[in-house]
Design a protein around this ligand. Structure first.
Ligand SMILES: OCc1cccc(Br)n1
Length: 450
């Protein structure tokens, strides 16, 4: 078989007359640029990760939802200059519709909430795991797809909702062996920036664009940020005020700037108090520089980061109280987060916390004579119905040396051999591989000890 990634020329047999199609086109065995395959061991790791996403969501009483990977482009035609919108994997379908592979899950969730309307009992606590896409020049060599776990709460205006979401994130990290020494969650509130812009008399309609620009603070030079803010109409003195506000790291500083009765201060203090109740306060760090890069956030914003590491943000989210109304719905309080499948795996590898995911079975069943392959299938079926993971050797001519190697490779607990003599007595030979003991059992006895 071809080694993955090599081109393979598949030539037809010589019997085909000359001048016919003959050799097939060369094919590549690589997946499309920027995408990944998940061969068995990688798929076992992904399943383990997603099982943890699902278990945390289940423990927090969230309900799973799903949406098409293909959405109407109009769901994402926001005008705030977001990178995610500039990199849509979009196209016109054969019906002339402007569609796109979804770059995130939140707009789909908002669409489904509006579709279901008030028929749902609020608050909604929904989660989803879905593949998200972007299209950027491969010169940057970055992936074009990743999987995201999202949890969202719709219909709760108070920061109790954000506290629930943060507790789920901390529970997930904790399950994987990650502690608050490894990872922190930076928390801020876009009302900080909103208050600063109001102080300088800047129009609310440039708020989203300003947030998207200042989110690039760590990536762009200061003069680039200044230039981009200038382009969206932020006067020079306001720019200094904004950049100054983003350096705040304490509630005292925040109060000094905005006053003790500011919405941002009140909400942040409430959130940190709730975190004490859940017991995850050590994970939270107020950091006014966190604004996140999505236009629709309106309040609390947060992002998980690895301490003493250059890794990109592990997860991120916030409150988006006006997204549903931009889709024509009523103003509905909402907040949520996205948690990608890539950075977390890099972090687990760095921390040596990524488990092994071997292919394991309970039993291997083999007919030692071809005349016994039918009863061997019956034995395997009964064991499986009893809940055992059974590898039934279905290929012919396997020697015992190979069988024992297979037992080791699959970490089998038992090897079950059907031999003609024993089968005539209604028995099978069972090797208990954990204690290297061989016994004869009826199939009923075999099932009974399973
Ligand atoms: O986080 C931005 C993003 C969106 C879609 C796909 C990928 Br890879 N990354």
């Amino acid at each position: 078989p071809p080694i993955s990634g090599r081109s393979v020329v598949v030539k037809e047999k010589e019997a085909i007359p000359k001048g016919s199609t003959g050799a097939k086109e060369t094919i590549s065995t690589d997946p499309p640029r920027g995408t990944r395959d998940f061969p068995p061991e990688d798929m076992r790791m992904r399943t383990w990760l997603f099982d943890n996403f699902r278990e945390v969501s289940r423990l927090c009483a969230f309900e799973e939802v799903d949406f098409p990977v293909l959405e109407s482009e109009e769901l994402y035609t926001r005008k705030a200059g977001e990178e995610i919108v500039g990199q849509l994997y979009n196209f016109e379908d054969k019906g002339g519709r402007k569609v796109t592979l979804r770059p995130e899950l939140t707009p789909s969730l908002a669409r489904l909430v509006l579709q279901k309307g008030r028929a749902q009992s609020y608050p909604l606590k929904w989660f989803a795991i879905g593949q998200c896409w972007r299209y950027e020049r491969m010169t940057r060599g970055r992936r074009r797809e990743h999987y995201q776990w999202n949890m969202d709460i719709i219909g709760v205006p108070g920061v109790e909702a954000e506290a629930e979401l943060l507790s789920a994130i901390v529970m997930f990290f904790t399950r994987l062996g990650i502690t608050s020494k490894d990872v922190g969650i930076k928390v801020s509130n876009r009302k900080v920036l909103q208050a600063v812009l109001e102080k300088y008399g800047i129009q609310p309609d440039s708020f989203a664009a300003v947030c998207v620009i200042v989110d690039k603070l760590e990536k762009l030079k200061r003069e680039e940020i200044v230039s981009e803010l200038d382009k969206v109409g932020v006067p020079a003195e306001a720019i200094e005020g904004i950049l100054q506000a983003l350096t705040l790291q304490s509630f005292d500083d925040l109060e000094a700037l905005l006053g003790a009765d500011s919405g941002a201060v009140t909400e942040l203090k409430q959130l940190f108090a709730l975190a004490e109740g859940y017991g995850f306060q050590d994970w939270l760090h107020f950091d006014a520089s966190v604004v996140r890069g999505l236009a629709y956030y309106t309040g609390t914003v947060f992002e998980g980061f690895a301490k003493n590491s250059q890794l990109r943000a592990i997860c991120g989210g916030g409150r988006y109280d006006r997204l549903l109304s931009t889709y024509g719905g009523e103003d509905t309080p909402a907040c949520g987060f996205g948690f990608g499948d890539a950075v977390i795996v890099e972090l687990l590898k760095d921390k040596k916390l990524l488990p092994q995911f071997p292919h394991m079975v309970d039993d291997i069943v083999i007919a030692l004579d071809d005349s016994l392959k039918v009863p061997a299938a019956g034995v395997a079926a009964r064991l499986r119905n009893a809940g055992r993971v059974v590898e039934l050797v279905i290929e012919k001519g396997r020697k015992m040396k190979w069988v024992f190697k297979q037992c080791d490779a699959l970490k089998a607990k038992r090897l079950i051999l059907l031999g003609t003599t024993e089968w005539e007595q209604g028995k099978v030979s069972v090797k208990d591989l954990s204690v290297r003991e061989q016994t004869l059992k009826t199939v009923d006895e075999l099932i009974a000890v399973s």
